[in-house]
Design a protein around this ligand. Structure first.
Ligand code: FCB
Length: 294
């Protein structure tokens, strides 16, 4: 495992006030050091929650988090998990002078969903306490690795960040009691795999339904309930992910990449890409070329 250490002054560079974050990405990670009366000392209020998941590791002090009509607290060595759509209302607990926490916002890979169901849950917010000091140190180092990769726009840095995040998620899941380890519907995993294997094809809901022997309406419904989004919204995300990777790692033209991920019309593809990433495919490629030549 890579041992990434930050001293506090370096970590502050990753705090949300120091740079502009966009949550259109697959993964955004940072450090929020809150001390009484400082710039960051306010309550985060997101009544609709977020589109992706958030993992939150407390390093110092205590956070206070609204869960339904009540409040829960997060102390050093505790991890919170907010699934999509769960309201966020949290900040430093009044009795504590600090609440420093590392956080990772992400859109999960489909097979991670099984591992994102934890045992202790307060109105949708899951919580776990790391078992010992060694587990806490290892977790802090993994979070730091995710932040480190996320903040370096180099070839494959996003993939490296996702890889470290997968290890965070696995470690958390391994620390859950056995009772929770029931799989999500395996038919949906099969379908996700199938969609990814045929990403360039214009598959219709009927084609997909046949793959898992269900009716089209049942497939649409089951997918939505397991994945919190429609099949086609999910496929679009997968297409953009694949396109990002091709832009970073090949010299294929944008129109070839559009076709490879299922769009015959490259203008339409560029529009979709911009909606997800905030910049055009060409600008995205350039950003990586510039970074790599520094
Ligand atoms: C930051 C918060 C952090 C997390 C991220 C997504 O502003 O400090 O707890 O919610 O946003």
């Amino acid at each position: 495992m890579m041992d990434v250490k930050f001293d506090d002054s370096e970590m502050v560079n990753y705090s949300p006030l120091m740079r502009s974050f966009t949550f259109n990405a697959y993964l955004v990670a940072g450090f929020t050091p809150i001390s009484r009366g400082s710039q960051l000392d306010f309550y985060i209020n997101r009544p609709q929650g977020m589109k992706g998941y958030i993992l939150n590791l407390t390093l110092k002090g205590c956070g206070r988090i609204k869960a339904g009509e009540h409040y829960i607290h997060s102390q050093q060595n505790e991890i919170l998990l907010f699934p999509p759509g769960v309201p966020h209302f949290y900040g430093r607990a009044e009795h504590s002078d600090n609440w420093d926490h590392l956080w990772i916002y992400f859109l999960p890979r489909p097979y991670w969903l099984d591992w994102l169901r934890w045992d202790i849950n307060h109105h949708g917010i899951s919580r776990m306490v790391l078992p010992d000091a060694a587990a806490s140190a290892a977790m802090k180092s993994l979070f730091s690795e995710v932040i480190h990769h996320h903040s370096h726009a180099e070839t494959l840095s996003e993939a490296m960040a996702m890889n470290a995040l997968e290890r965070v998620i696995l470690s958390c899941f391994k620390a859950q009691p056995v009772s929770n380890r029931n799989a999500a519907d395996p038919r949906i995993n099969t379908l996700c795999q199938y969609l990814n294997d045929h990403i360039s094809e214009d598959l219709k809901i009927d084609d997909l339904a046949k793959q898992i022997f269900l009716s089209p309406s049942r497939v649409a419904h089951l997918f939505k309930s397991e994945m919190n989004q429609t099949i086609f919204a999910w496929r679009e995300q997968q297409r953009v992910t694949r396109a990002r990777s091709l832009l970073q790692t090949t010299h294929l033209s944008v129109s070839h990449i559009a076709q490879a991920v299922g769009y015959d019309d490259s203008l339409y593809f560029s529009r979709i890409f911009r909606q997800h990433c905030g910049i055009s495919p060409r600008e995205y490629r350039k950003k990586f070329e510039t970074m790599n030549s520094l």
